[in-house]
Design a protein around this ligand. Sequence first.
Ligand code: HEC
Length: 156
Amino acid sequence: MRRVLCVLSLAAWLAVPARAEEPPFAQRSETQPPPVGALSDMMISILHRHAILWMAGASNNWPLADYEARQLKARFAEAAQAYRNIPVETITAATKALDNVSAAIEQKNKPQFALRFLALTSACNACHASAGVGFVVIETPRTSPFTNQSFAPATK
Ligand code: HEC
């Protein structure tokens, strides 16, 4: 029985088309979507990605920066879908700021990336203020909080 379930879930897994932001070897199951975490846990993940995004851009690692910007956008979309009472304009502002960052990444324009990253960070803080959690203040990371990830562009 367990093997049948396993084959069935594998079949369902294979039938699901890839989503743009997911690598081809790890497609999300439509029948068993992963559980949605608490909003505050999603925000901790967003906080990490915000830091990685900055480190990637500051290190001229544009493929990583592009990847993180897409991850952030997907996490915002998930939060907006899972929590319907989030004011739509705050999500729109953050998404628009993120799109502007992505455009700078596409052009590998570091000064523009830095300016637009600041605007993104302001969008984080604007939503926190309007959501009554204005004590959660986001800023540009001064150093990487991760000592186990290299941000230098890959050599191949
Ligand atoms: C659309 C609104 C909105 C946007 C945009 C937003 N946040 Fe949040 N954030 C919240 C809310 C609401 C909470 C409080 C969640 C709770 O306590 O359940 C929160 C909480 C947090 C927390 C505290 C989590 C904890 O458990 O300590 C962090 C860190 C955080 N956000 C980071 C960010 C970062 C970084 C960005 C921007 C890249 C961002 N947020 C953008 C709404 C937003």
